[in-house]
Design a protein around this ligand. Structure first.
Ligand code: ADP
Ligand code: MG
Length: 409
């Protein structure tokens, strides 16, 4: 199927063309027609399969078909869990609206209130917001959601996971004159999204995309055994200097290790940008922009700091340090191999990380290839895992409890 078959406005088709999108992804093929029929939508499709353009194109076509009659607040409101996602949606919306007259604004935490005031006064057509800040504006009566005609909840599963249920319900309540509501999610697993959807959607089109392998992209994974931290640095330098690394995220486990690594790479003339927890919002955004635009092609981050980043075209994910759990591994590497592109995920494994590697292999049901770089071969053999001890049920219980607690945070 081609975009031209979707009955979208010419201006949108031109922008799509400019963005270089050739074909609509599965979820776009399903969601855009349903949106144009005026229906509510409950949609799920894995991360990286083009959900943003799916809801944006549906909403923009609506705004073009039914132009604004009176000045007022935003007619399309998009709620998304994190600042970074908000800015990415904003960027994509601006790119798609490039040939139309639609105005787009964004409000998130971490930016002072003054600039946002203007955003509300400017007659925006589309407003993108994170839950916390949006609530502040509703409380302060700076924003009224009665003018919202299309309400979109992006990454609904994640917002529920992050504890934004109350905020989501509140906005659904306030946007009571809406004509349509879209709820987009990476999965519909667990019943929380569907229960929530039941409450707020009216006879929704239920769209579950099962994207082809090609769409999901392919991630090529392997590991390098390392003797020491120093050995890891050498491996990393070697890999980053190879030319097929166009955009790499390097994960480290602590802030201290991050700082050390930035310095070491700098001395090797590898320019990096980095994200760590507790960074000022403007610094964080400028680091991300620098990475997104390709000014620097290596981003070093901790898991916490990298939460929510969703940069396109990442060629390499490098686990300088292994994560604490296998699902974090899967989450990390999911940042590459987006939208049908090839991606590479490389992990460095010191003796103490062999156990984690085994967990990842069990979790992903595959054995990862061991590779060596000439001249940088490990001196030590791969550490053997101790035979599994019998589980102590009391200890297991305590462990489970601790895990649960950590998750809640
Ligand atoms: P999701 O929200 O499903 O995780 P995104 O909307 O962020 O995914 O899209 C992931 C990447 O795919 C983005 O870089 C986006 O620009 C790109 N993309 C979206 N639609 C298409 C398309 N039809 N063809 C090619 N690339 C696309
Ligand atoms: Mg998304």
């Amino acid at each position: 199927m081609h975009f031209a078959e979707l009955d979208l406005d010419k201006s949108l088709l031109n922008s799509i063309d400019k963005l270089g999108f050739e074909k609509p992804t599965s979820i776009q093929q399903l969601a855009i027609p349903a949106a144009m029929e005026g229906r509510d939508i409950l949609a799920s499709s894995p991360t990286g399969t083009g959900k943003t353009a799916a809801f944006l194109l549906g909403a923009m076509q609506y705004l073009i078909d039914f132009p604004r009659k009176n000045p007022g607040f935003a007619r399309v409101l998009i709620m998304t869990p994190t600042r970074e996602l908000a800015y990415q949606i904003h960027d994509q919306a601006v790119a798609l609206a490039n040939q139309s007259h639609l105005k787009i604004g964004v409000v998130t935490g971490g930016i002072n209130y003054g600039t946002h005031k203007e955003i509300f006064e400017k007659n925006n057509d589309i407003l993108i917001a994170t839950p916390g800040r949006l609530m502040d504006y509703l409380e302060g009566e700076n924003f009224h959601a009665e003018d919202v005609e299309v309400l979109i909840l992006d990454e609904a599963d994640r917002m529920l996971d992050m504890g934004f249920r109350k905020e989501m319900l509140r906005i659904c309540d306030e946007a009571k004159n809406r004509k349509q509501c879209f709820l987009f999610s990476a999965t519909l697993e667990g019943d929380s999204v569907e229960l929530f959807a039941d409450r707020i959607l009216k006879d929704p089109a239920l769209l579950e995309a099962t994207p082809s392998r090609k769409e999901k992209g392919k991630i090529h994974q392997w590991v390098h055994l390392a003797d020491s931290r120093n050995h890891k640095v050498k491996l990393l330098t070697n890999i980053l200097k190879s030319e097929d690394v166009t955009k790499a995220i390097v994960f480290v486990k602590t802030r201290e290790r991050l700082e050390q690594l930035v310095g070491e790479l700098y001395s090797q003339e590898i320019k990096t940008t980095w994200l760590r927890g507790e960074m000022k919002q403007d610094k964080r955004l400028s680091a991300l922009r620098s990475f997104e635009s390709g000014r620097t092609n290596v981003l070093i981050a901790t898991d916490v700091a990298a939460r929510g980043i969703d940069v396109a075209d990442i060629s390499h994910v490098i686990n300088f340090d292994m994560p604490r759990t296998a699902d974090v591994y899967v989450h990390r590497i999911g940042r590459t191999g987006r939208a049908g592109k090839k991606g590479t995920a490389i992990s460095f494994i010191e003796a103490h990380e062999v156990e984690m590697l085994a967990k990842v292999e069990r979790y992903t049901e595959q054995k990862l290839k061991r590779r060596v770089i000439e001249g940088l071969e490990p001196k030590h053999k791969e550490a053997k895992l101790p035979a599994k001890k019998k589980k102590d049920p009391v200890k297991m219980k305590a462990k489970k409890k601790a895990k649960k607690k950590a998750k809640k945070k």
